[in-house]
Design a protein around this ligand. Structure first.
Ligand SMILES: Nc1ncnc2c1ncn2[C@@H]1O[C@H](COP(=O)(O)OP(=O)(O)OP(=O)(O)O)[C@@H](O)[C@H]1O
Ligand SMILES: Cc1ncc(COP(=O)(O)O)c(N)n1
Length: 267
């Protein structure tokens, strides 16, 4: 069985973060492992508290995973602090990690800040260059490019700018602010730009869509799929989870990651 590792924060409400990642990876047919960067006290209405782990403890988790069950792919999510970012970069280089998908999580759907302002430059300088793919949403792409993104042409320009400046393939997600479900992929090796169009689903419960998409992409890369195919498969999985229509909690609720357990394991 292929394996994947998520390096991210815990979401006590189970819809985003580590919990979403483990479910998405499992339902995409790989063995899922985790290294936790922070605990959040969180539900569908917001984040009330955050406790980062120490860089030393994060490094211990990464040593434990890499020296035993080597991950075929890695997803990186919430990492709020620059010392934690540096710790991850050091370990990924030490263990020559491959198939790295980085979701530059900055603000939760509920509006809570998940990345400290002074950590953005460290993320750009130390961690993003080690990744194979980054998956910013529109506000994150605006911060990473210093440009305003108002339409699909801007999304293409921003994707190419990030790829050239940071040396990484980029998936800019249309999400809620531009078109709801059409994302643009810029591949650094081929310089191809490809629109990955999605079905727009009427569901307000989008807590964890970004976490789920990036984890499903990592799981597909672990299974040796190409980058474009991995993104397409992950979008299809996300659509299934949204389409299931789960409605839990008082805010923007989680999706049903296990909507099609039979398909995932060909039961
Ligand atoms: N209503 C929808 N129907 C179908 N797909 C959607 C919908 N809303 C968002 N998506 C898709 O979900 C994925 C995540 O996009 P989004 O821009 O919401 O990312 P995000 O803001 O990082 O997610 P998160 O909500 O986890 O912060 C993208 O592939 C996007 O196209
Ligand atoms: C621990 C953690 N990681 C990531 C997110 C972003 O997900 P969303 O934007 O859907 O709230 C989150 N809310 N919590």
């Amino acid at each position: 069985m292929k394996t994947a590792l998520t390096i991210a924060g815990s979401d006590s409400s189970g819809g985003a973060g580590i919990q979403a990642d483990l479910k998405a990876m499992t339902l995409n047919g790989v063995f899922a492992m985790s290294a936790i960067t922070a605990l959040t006290a969180q539900n569908t209405t917001g984040v009330t508290d955050i406790m980062d782990v120490s860089p030393e403890f994060l490094k211990s988790q990464l040593d434990a995973v890499f020296t035993d069950i080597y991950p075929d792919a890695i997803k990186i999510g919430m990492v709020s602090d620059k010392d934690l970012i540096i710790a991850i970069a050091e370990k990924l280089e030490e263990y020559q990690a491959k198939n790295i998908v980085l979701d530059p999580v900055m603000v939760a759907t509920s509006g809570s800040k998940l990345l400290k302002d002074d950590a953005i430059d460290t993320l750009k300088e130390k961690l993003i260059p080690l990744a194979d793919l980054i998956t910013p949403n529109i506000p994150e792409a605006e911060i990473l490019t210093n440009m305003q993104i108002k339409n699909e042409i801007d999304m293409e320009v921003a994707a190419e700018k990030m790829a050239n400046e940071l040396g990484v393939s980029v998936l800019v997600k249309g999400g809620h602010s531009i078109n709801d479900a059409n994302d643009v992929l810029f591949e650094i090796d081929s310089l191809n730009i490809t629109w990955i169009n999605g079905e727009r689903i009427k569901n307000e419960n989008t807590h964890g869509t970004g976490c789920t998409l990036s984890s499903a992409i990592a799981a597909n890369l672990a299974k040796d799929k190409s980058l474009e195919e991995s993104v397409r498969n992950a979008k299809k999985y996300l659509e299934g989870a949204l389409n299931d229509g789960l409605d839990l909690g008082k805010g923007r609720g989680p999706m049903n990651h296990a909507f099609d357990i039979k398909e995932a394991y060909k039961i």
